[in-house]
Design a protein around this ligand. Structure first.
Ligand code: NAD
Length: 279
């Protein structure tokens, strides 16, 4: 089965619209502010996608475009302004930042209750303690898909390839919180295939096209390919999709798999932040 990320994302959008309608009865319209520094074309494309999604569901969104040569203090000041605004419930700082700006410092300035990317240490800490609040969007989308597909996470052998702060570490923690047995592999793992072959749930977020080949997956596995790579003008994932797809029970395509779900989860988290702000 090919997991249709677009269809799942459409369902999340429908659920989100209903939650927004309830908020609007109380006079609240969820608001998202995105910040982009400089003019990285890929970042601009992601921001456009996110704003279009906000518009589809009824989240008010605005973009703060800062020049490439902005100082760290100016960026932090902008974040503080957004933290103080009542009409902004979520703040998203688009990465990467220019080299002179420390992304960690900027992330820490975002009020944890508005941190819709789930990167603030307070939210990451809560996630690790098993008290998930705002969590990174890509892992949240993967958990949503597993639940929708009816895959039993408890007791499952799960293998995560990649140990980034945005995907690998948080999805490993979220699978652990749901009582999977989790292995995390990365570039220093000695025999990657030995681990991936054990996976009933395999999440691959390495950024290496074709990393996972047919003989590296367990028959009947559920595979989430997070990778986004440009190869000869085509976007491909980290899994050799054509070779692997007939061996596994379910797999996400690239594009059209994890990507749309990630954007949908940003909407869901912005609404969560707006709901939480009323209490
Ligand atoms: P990253 O780029 O920060 O780090 C890569 C990770 O993969 C590291 O843990 C590294 O050790 C591991 N790795 C690299 N080569 C490896 C190899 N040969 N064998 C095993 N492990 C290896 O990670 P990231 O930011 O999570 O991004 C990973 C990929 O996912 C990228 O292609 C990125 O564009 C994509 N991504 C997609 C989405 C989405 O919404 N679909 C979201 C975030 C990231």
């Amino acid at each position: 089965m090919i997991i249709d990320g677009k269809a799942l994302a459409a369902d999340v959008e429908a659920e989100t619209r209903e939650r927004i309608a309830r908020l609007q009865e109380e006079g609240v319209t969820p608001g998202l502010a995105t910040i982009i520094v400089g003019d990285n074309p890929a970042s601009r494309m992601y921001i456009r996608l996110k704003h279009a999604a906000c518009e589809r569901v009824g989240i008010r969104s605005e973009n703060v475009n800062l020049p490439q040569d902005i100082t760290e203090e100016q960026l932090l000041q902008k974040i503080r302004e957004l933290n103080a605004r009542k009409d902004i419930h979520g703040i998203l700082l688009q990465l990467p930042l220019p080299g002179n700006l420390d992304p960690r410092k900027a992330m820490m300035e975002i009020a944890p209750e508005k941190d819709v990317d789930g990167f603030h240490p307070t939210n990451m800490g809560a996630l690790l303690l098993g008290a998930e609040r705002l969590v990174p969007c890509t892992p949240k989308g993967i958990i949503y898909a597993l639940e929708r597909l009816g895959v039993k996470i408890e007791g499952a052998e799960a293998v995560v390839v990649g140990h980034s702060n945005v995907v690998g570490k948080p999805i490993a923690a979220m699978l652990l919180n749901r009582n999977a047995t989790v292995q995390v592999c990365h570039v220093y793992t000695r025999d990657l295939a030995e681990h991936t072959r054990q996976a009933e749930i395999l999440v691959v977020a390495a950024g290496v096209p074709g990393l996972i080949k047919e003989d590296m997956v367990r028959p009947g596995a559920c595979v989430f390919d997070v990778g986004i790579n440009r190869v000869k003008d085509k976007t491909v994932g980290d899994v050799d999709f054509d070779a692997v797809k007939d061996r596994v029970a379910a797999i996400t395509p690239v594009p059209g798999g994890v990507g749309p779900l990630t954007v949908a989860m940003l909407l869901s988290q912005t609404v969560f932040a707006a709901e939480a702000a009323r209490r």
